[in-house]
Design a protein. Sequence first.
Length: 73
Amino acid sequence: MCVGVVIMEPPNHPKFRDDKGNFIEIPVSTTTQCTIFLALQYFFVYLLLAVIRTRNQLRNQPSSKEEYVFQLA
């Protein structure tokens, strides 16, 4: 969804074209940009937490400091 919002082309409608017939670029709103950025941050931190937990389980180690930090994030 995040990628689609940014790279989506406008529908083929006259109100999205200028006098020469070229597409008018419609900017992504600031609110949408912030929501996308926060969602990407959340999933990145969760991915790192999953990688650290998997590493600890494969090494038969108890929870590490890194895991604790990412749990707090």
